[in-house]
Design a binder for this molecule. Structure first.
Ligand code: NOJ
Length: 556
């Protein structure tokens, strides 16, 4: 293995942790998590081993969409702290080897953004053209809305000026007109501003919508240019300001369309979430059959060397199953969220993984082990490391945005405010603070927290998983997924049993001659016989990570 680290490509084997400042730790007892509170907990994150913190929007907002409706992209929500607090947090994180990325939400603003307030005040406003307007009644767009429980159209009539404005998401979030060079300049300034304050890049919200031309006039469309050129220009600006910074894009499209967003030379998004892989993983879990996830991984296109897939099993939104055909979506609903109150928008689940698996610790660990062993860079959502559940009584996506559970005490130690003043109610139904919390798990070597910490550290020891060549290893059990990731002459072989019954897996180890397999969790080694299959035993929902290396290689 080369001793020359390509540190510029840090995201190729990073561990990302997503959190919302509002729900992490409240330092001043007002019921809302804040930046000083998060700062206090930075050593918790360092001990867990994450290498990059993704902060969900922390900007001033009327909070109609959990902060994704922004009124000032250059500011900080005063309930959370100040710009100074962000800088201190970034510095504290960096000092512990953790980079910070922020959400870049520039497809739209809040309707309360001063630009929109000015734009709607008159058709002659210099800001009118910051947004997308039409004067004639819009066609029926009800089938295209993103949040069908709240919206019936992509256009909203503005009473004052008698024209309709375009909004991909809620009507409180008018879309910016990206064809307008002034808007483009403002977006660059936002990127430049936060880079200057120390972020290592951005998670970019709703990228396909950001570069779409829907709703624009023919003139505006021709002024827009080629949408991917625009994305390329954002990346180029970003890396001119900071060569190590990344754009991690939210692009929930089929692989063949998604691929384009990496750019032909890897010059658009640096990373993208693997929504298709995630959805097929749930189908595989529901069926105890590795085929769906194997097929997805085989179909996943190869990408430029410096690009990366971000793998995940949970994010802050509904667990969307929109890329599965209806019958397969129903299978996942039946297995993991059969009641209507567990489902959302007819396409997703408002549950976290532990309750979906009835709290089965072995199965839960197997899923995270599988996630971390998949080729790519894993992203976890706060609380996954302790096995937090959800609050199904909470409205919509808020069900999975409950406060972090630090202790078994009142409010899970998140806040000293009266429970009715908390920003969000705690998780319930056997997964609340009494059952699931950091303090109890910290002192228990058998806990979920101890397991995830180990997993993160193992992943970081295994550059093969972020950089390597992925291959499925054939074996006879449907419930089993065996795969290898090979890089610079070494390989990690992972074997996962998605089913409840113990199995013996005959494994034909690729390039086995003269090689040894070392169990990365159990610590034992065994020599591999190149001429026959090596038998790997797995209990129900069992998992093994094995490093294959040369007998004379002393690095394990
Ligand atoms: C995608 C984000 O993930 C979601 O939470 C948000 O509601 C929409 N974009 C609108 O910003």
């Amino acid at each position: 293995m080369s001793q020359v680290e390509n540190s510029n490509l840090w995201w190729k084997n990073a561990v990302l942790y997503c959190l919302d400042v509002e729900t992490f730790f409240d330092s001043d007892g007002d019921g809302i998590g804040d930046l000083p509170g998060l700062h206090e907990q930075i050593d918790y994150l360092a001990e867990l081993g994450i290498t990059c913190l993704w902060l969900m929007p922390f900007y001033p907002t009327p909070n109609r969409d959990d902060g994704y409706d922004i009124t000032d992209h250059f500011g900080v929500d005063s309930r959370l702290g100040s710009i100074g607090d962000v800088v201190e947090l970034i510095r504290a994180a960096n000092n512990r080897g953790i980079r910070v990325i922020a959400d870049l939400v520039v497809n739209h603003t809040s309707e309360q953004h001063p630009w929109f307030q000015a734009a709607r005040s008159s058709k002659d406003s210099p800001f009118r053209d910051f947004y997308i307007w039409r004067s004639d009644p819009p066609p029926d767009t009800s089938a295209e809305v993103v949040f069908p429980d709240q919206e019936g159209s992509l256009w909203e009539l503005d009473e004052q000026t008698g024209e309709w404005y375009f909004h991909r998401f809620y009507k409180q979030q008018p879309d910016l007109n990206i064809a307008n060079p002034k808007v483009r300049d403002e977006i660059l300034k936002v990127i430049g501003f936060w880079l200057q304050l120390g972020v290592s890049g951005f998670r970019v919200d709703a990228v396909p919508f950001l570069i779409e031309t829907t709703g624009l006039t023919a003139d505006a469309i021709s002024g827009f240019g080629e949408p991917h050129d625009y994305l390329r220009s954002l990346r180029s600006f970003l890396n001119q300001r900071n060569g190590e910074a990344i754009l991690l894009g939210e692009v929930n499209l089929a692989y063949q369309h998604q691929l384009k967003f990496f750019g032909s030379d890897g010059d658009e998004l640096s990373m993208m979430f693997d929504f298709v892989g995630m959805q097929n993983l749930y189908l595989s879990l529901a069926r105890a059959d590795s085929e769906p996830v194997v097929n997805a991984l085989k179909q996943r296109p190869s990408i430029p060397a410096q690009s990366q897939w971000a793998t995940f099993v949970r994010n802050h939104d509904e667990l969307t199953l929109d890329k599965l055909p209806p019958s397969q979506r129903e299978e996942v609903f039946d297995a993991f969220g059969p009641e209507k109150r567990m489902q959302l928008y007819g396409r997703g689940l408002k549950r976290r993984l532990p309750p979906m698996l009835d709290g089965d610790p072995q199965r839960l660990r197997m899923v995270y082990s599988l996630l971390f062993s998949l080729p790519g860079t894993p992203v976890i959502f706060y609380g996954e490391e302790i096995g937090m559940g959800e609050n199904l009584k909470a409205e919509g996506r808020s069900a999975v945005r409950t406060p972090m559970q630090w202790t078994s005490e009142k409010n899970g130690g998140f806040s000293t405010a009266p429970a009715n003043r908390l920003h969000a109610a705690m998780a319930t139904d056997g997964f609340g603070p009494a059952e699931v919390n950091v303090v109890a798990q910290r002192s228990d070597p058998g806990s979920m927290l101890a397991f995830v910490t180990r997993l993160i550290h193992r992943y970081r020891d295994c550059p093969e998983l972020g950089w390597g060549q992925f291959e499925v290893i054939d074996q006879p059990h449907r419930a089993v997924l065996a795969h290898s990731c090979t890089w610079q002459g070494r390989a990690v072989i992972a074997v996962h049993n998605l089913g409840p019954d113990a199995v013996k897996v005959p494994l034909q180890v690729p390039d086995a001659a003269g090689q040894v397999l070392h169990d990365l969790f159990g610590g034992e080694s065994c020599e591999v016989d190149a001429s026959s299959a090596t038998e790997i035993e797995l209990e129900g929902y069992g998992y093994r990570w094995l490093r294959r290396y040369r007998k004379d290689d002393r690095r394990i």
